[in-house]
Design a protein around this ligand. Structure first.
Ligand code: SF4
Ligand code: SF4
Length: 114
């Protein structure tokens, strides 16, 4: 049983970036994130953290993110698990293609580079 203690999160923000499934793998869309992700003092923060599941129904809990492969492999919750298949980055050309093909929901997302 994994302990999803919030103190373990290093606020990298990677799990709050948008993603697509490509060939069965979760791929991060670089440059697009949840609209509530903000930058602060070299870290990221969720501007609606306490009410995030009400304000952002698309937001996954850490447990859900874990189960759906939405955590990157360097996330502290999974970094010691060699079997965890987390999200990885698209190649730059793939990223450009994805961004040109998808309809971006601006009520949920915003441009955001990590
Ligand atoms: S990827 Fe992991 S460490 Fe980074 S914000 Fe998400 S839960 Fe926290
Ligand atoms: S609402 Fe959820 S996905 Fe959006 S920034 Fe906050 S924690 Fe991340």
């Amino acid at each position: 049983m994994i302990d999803f203690d919030p103190k373990v999160c290093n606020q990298c923000g990677k799990c709050c970036l948008s993603s697509v499934i490509l060939d069965g793998e979760v791929k991060t869309i670089n440059g697009l994130a949840c609209r509530f992700l903000e930058r602060e003092n070299g870290h990221t923060r969720c501007s609606v953290y306490k009410n995030r599941f009400m304000k952002a129904p698309w937001c996954a809990s850490v447990g859900e993110a874990y189960n759906q492969g939405l955590l990157p492999n360097d996330c502290p919750y999974v970094v010691d698990d060699p079997d965890y298949k987390g999200r990885t980055e698209l190649l730059p050309i793939q990223n450009m293609l994805v961004l040109s093909k998808i309809t971006v929901d601006r009520k949920r997302t915003k441009e955001f580079e990590l």
